[in-house]
Ligand binder design. Structure first.
Ligand code: G
Ligand code: G
Ligand code: MN
Ligand code: NA
Length: 252
């Protein structure tokens, strides 16, 4: 069976679930929420990484039903905690086609209706990978923000979006990709790019979330440069829902 065929079956059987990677305020160490990261366990028990199956799902136009299932999982896992604590935030990943069509916003609105969860509690991460139509993206981002969601540009620096298109998008936050965080404290040629990304986000009044922080040296460097938030194995891996909530309550 092709991966595409397997994905079709997986959508029908709702084989997807979500793990939650804590997002930490670097200055206080407080946990402010989590990024929802999709997981897929096939019937034979094996797991496939999202960076392998998400592009296939996008190509096969299966991404909308998959994002729909991620949203449903987040609500099922987190509803009680989100209602009990309005400071708790969960970030959901959207791929380029989600952003360009914007249909996902209606799916999200319907899913949230009547749950008591506030739109402000759901952050959206728009990957810049595969981003083509900046005007279409702008319409979706504006609509999302008008509804109260905060929108971050994800994987920044790894795609094709130019500085000028970023300047023209009404974004709340920028996520510094792990590939840049990895170079902190090394003499890799790209290590000089990280300060420029930080300066650019500042100029555009965007909050910054650094991804893939693995060492205290990286965290210290980012904190010195007033990067607000961080994620990475230094703090926690992506966790099953109950484990994330235990972590969250311990780190308030
Ligand atoms: O943690 P990890 O292996 O799960 O994530 C791998 C990649 O898959 C990341 O680039 C991440 O943004 C992407 N990803 C994880 N979950 C989702 C999701 O629910 N939707 C989309 N579109 N991408 C996701
Ligand atoms: O949304 P995005 O593309 O950025 O997904 C983040 C990916 O990075 C996921 O695969 C997640 O599991 C992984 N990840 C998160 N933190 C770390 C880290 O500190 N080290 C490594 N090696 N991978 C990480
Ligand atoms: Mn992300
Ligand atoms: Na990323």
């Amino acid at each position: 069976l092709s991966l595409r065929g397997e994905l079709e079956t997986a959508v029908e059987r709702r084989e997807f679930f979500v793990h939650y990677q804590p997002i930490i305020a670097l200055d206080t160490g407080v946990c402010v929420g989590a990024e929802a990261l999709i997981r897929w366990r096939r019937p034979d028990g094996s797991m496939i990484r999202p960076d392998l199956f998400i592009p296939v799902a996008e190509e096969a136009e299966l991404i909308l039903p998959i994002t729909d299932q991620v949203i449903a999982c987040v609500i099922a896992d987190m509803r009680a905690a989100l209602l009990a604590d309005r400071e708790l935030h969960i970030a959901i990943n959207l791929c380029a086609s989600d952003i360009e069509t914007g249909r996902v916003l209606d799916v999200l609105e319907r899913a949230l209706a009547g749950t008591g969860i506030e739109a402000q509690q759901i952050w959206l991460e728009a990957t810049e990978r595969g981003f083509i139509n900046v005007e279409a993206a702008r319409a979706t981002i504006e609509k999302a923000r008008a509804r109260g969601h905060a929108v971050a540009i994800d994987d920044f620096g790894t795609g094709y979006s130019s500085l000028s298109s970023l300047q023209n998008l009404p974004l709340d936050a920028l996520k510094i990709d792990k590939s840049f965080v990895d170079t902190i404290g090394t003499d890799a040629a790209t290590s000089s790019v990280t300060p420029h990304i930080i300066a650019m986000a500042r100029t555009l009044n965007m909050l910054i979330v650094a991804e893939g922080i693995e060492t205290q040296q990286q965290a210290d460097y980012l904190l010195e440069r007033k990067v607000e938030f961080g994620q990475g194995w230094l703090f926690a891996k992506a966790l099953p829902a109950a484990e994330f909530l235990t972590f969250y309550r311990a780190r308030r």
